[in-house]
Design a protein around this ligand. Structure first.
Ligand code: 5RP
Length: 262
C-alpha cells in the first residue's frame, strides 16, 4: 500500500533523503535531533539494512540514540569517535549566511558539540525554516539549575543593550514541570523577535556564568538542504558557494514512502 505523506513530511523526507548522498561506508556520522533528523535516521537505517552501508553514528540526544538503535545503526559515543566525518541535523531557523537557531527540541548543547567536532555539518530543513533575519523563533539557552534566576536576570540585563527587538524570557516547560535536558539542565527561551547581530549575541550569552550553551550556530553549518512539499530540494553550499536543485519524483518513490510512513 502506498501511504501519501503530508507536504511538510514530504519536504522533511526529501531533504533527509538527499542528505544521505553525502554518507559513505566507513564514515562516522553525527545524527541530529528532531522530526527532520528522524527521517534521516530512518533513511540511513534502511541503507544499513538493504545496501550494506557501514557507518558509526554519534547521536545528539537520547531520543535519537533510541531511534538509531531501532533502525539498526551502530552507535558510538563522541569520545569513542573522537572526530566525525559529517553531522546531519535539522534546524529551527537558518539565514543567508547559514547561521542557525537550534534547540527547539532542547538538544542544542549536544548538537553544537557534535557538529563542531565534524569535518562538515549539513542542515536538513523544510522551507519554513528559511528566514531573512534570525529571531522569530525563540532562542533556546541551556542554563544550570544552580542560581538559575540570577542567570536569567543577567541575561535580561545583557539584552537591554543587545541588538534585538524583544526581551521576554520564558522557562521551557514539559507539561506542568520544567523541561530538563539530556545533560540535566534547564532551558530558557529568549523571545527576541529579531537578532541584529547573532555572532555578538552568542558571544555575550556564553560569557554569562550559568549559561551552558545558546542555540545560535555561527560558522558551523556548511550546507543547507531545503525540502519542499512537491519533492523539490535546494542545496546551498556556503564553502563552495554553490546553489543546486534536485527534483524527487514523490509518486515514483511510493514504496519507500510507504515503508517509512508506516
Ligand atoms: C533540536 C533541534 C532540531 O533540529 C530543531 O528543533 C528542528 O526540529 P524539526 O526537524 O522537528 O523541525 O534543534 O534541538
Amino acid at each position: 500500500m502506498i501511504t501519501k505523506l503530508s507536504p511538510i513530511d514530504t519536504a522533511k523526507f526529501v531533504a533527509a533523503k538527499q542528505a544521505t548522498s553525502y554518507v559513505q561506508s566507513g564514515m562516522k556520522v553525527g545524527l541530529g535531533t528532531g522530526s527532520t533528523a528522524a527521517w534521516l535516521v530512518q533513511c540511513l537505517g534502511e541503507m544499513v539494512r538493504d545496501q550494506g552501508l557501514r557507518i558509526k553514528g554519534v547521536p545528539t540526544s537520547n531520543r535519537t540514540a533510541e531511534l538509531a538503535r531501532d533502525a539498526g545503526i551502530e552507535i558510538i559515543s563522541l569520545d569513542e569517535a573522537k572526530w566525525l566525518d559529517l553531522t546531519i541535523d535539522g534546524t529551527d531557523e537558518y539565514d543567508s549566511n547559514l547561521s542557525l537557531i537550534k534547540g527547539g527540541g532542547g538538544a542544542h548543547l549536544r548538537e553544537k558539540i557534535v557538529a563542531t567536532a565534524s569535518d562538515k555539518m549539513i542542515v536538513i530543513a523544510d522551507a519554513s525554516k528559511q528566514v531573512a533575519t534570525l529571531g522569530a523563533f525563540p532562542l533556546p539557552v541551556e542554563v544550570l539549575g544552580f542560581g538559575m534566576q540570577t542567570t536569567q536576570n543577567l541575561i535580561a540585563e545583557m539584552l537591554i543593550s543587545a541588538d534585538v527587538l524583544g526581551h521576554e524570557i520564558t522557562q521551557r516547560m514539559q507539561g506542568e514541570a520544567p523541561y530538563v535536558s539530556d545533560e540535566g539542565n534547564f532551558i530558557l527561551d529568549l523571545h527576541l523577535k529579531r537578532i541584529g547581530n547573532p555572532r555578538q549575541l552568542s558571544l555575550d550569552l556564553n560569557q554569562i556564568p550559568g549559561v551552558v550553551e545558546n542555540g545560535l550556530f555561527i560558522d558551523v553549518c556548511d550546507i543547507v538542504i531545503t525540502g519542499h512539499g512537491n519533492g523539490r530540494v535546494e542545496l546551498r553550499d556556503i564553502i563552495n558557494d554553490t546553489h543546486d536543485t534536485v527534483q524527487f519524483d514523490v509518486q515514483d518513490d511510493g514504496n519507500l514512502f510507504a515503508d517509512m510512513a508506516e
